[in-house]
Design a protein around this ligand. Sequence first.
Ligand SMILES: [Zn+2]
Ligand SMILES: [Zn+2]
Length: 234
Amino acid sequence: MVESGVTGAREAPPAYAVEVGTEPLDRPARNSVGGWPCLDDGQEWPECFCGDRMALFFQFDVPADVEHFAGDHLLVFHCLAHNDASDPQLVDGLLVPRYWDAPQPPFPRPFWRALLQRRARRPRPEAEPSVRALPLTLRPFPDTPGPLGTSAFKVGGTPYWAQYPEYYTCACGTDLAYLCQVPEGVDFAVHPGLPEQPYSVRADTCQMFLGNEIYLLACPAHCDPAALWPVNQH
Ligand SMILES: [Zn+2]
Ligand SMILES: [Zn+2]
């Protein structure tokens, strides 16, 4: 018997384009840029080491066919007063214990916080005050099969690496898995009258991680709601 060669071919992982609407939200939504964060009971709104509450940049429910993280609620926060690229700190080949709270030289702690929440039923009554609340939708799209996906704001699919692929192992010993990509230079609209973000390009928008390409890797073991690492490249 001759093997067809098709058997065992890996199907492309499901991919969703993240689309941001233009009509401001006037009520809570689970999928939003800015907006009302859906957090588990007991989960505080993240604060930066500088004492500022971090801004909610975006949140969404991970679609049911995305491996490892189906049904989780992803939220990404970043301080508006601190803006830099992430710098992985390793010990014995693993990310350092509690890397989401560990020193991020020259800072005493990270200036961002990504969370996967599994019991986030209700949005908080308070909306994100700085980043404008806009609707966010996830649209299935055919991500380019192969080692390089498409450079897009997307969930699932295949990461489009600007440089060589970068993967890390969680402090719990589980290899982090790619979840979401935010391409280089994505601007998020902010309400007028705020102090300008350091290194920002425009006064009416803000960016995360100096506008670098962001690859969110997360721990499939869900060892902690904050067990995610944002790889930055440009
Ligand atoms: Zn800060
Ligand atoms: Zn872990």
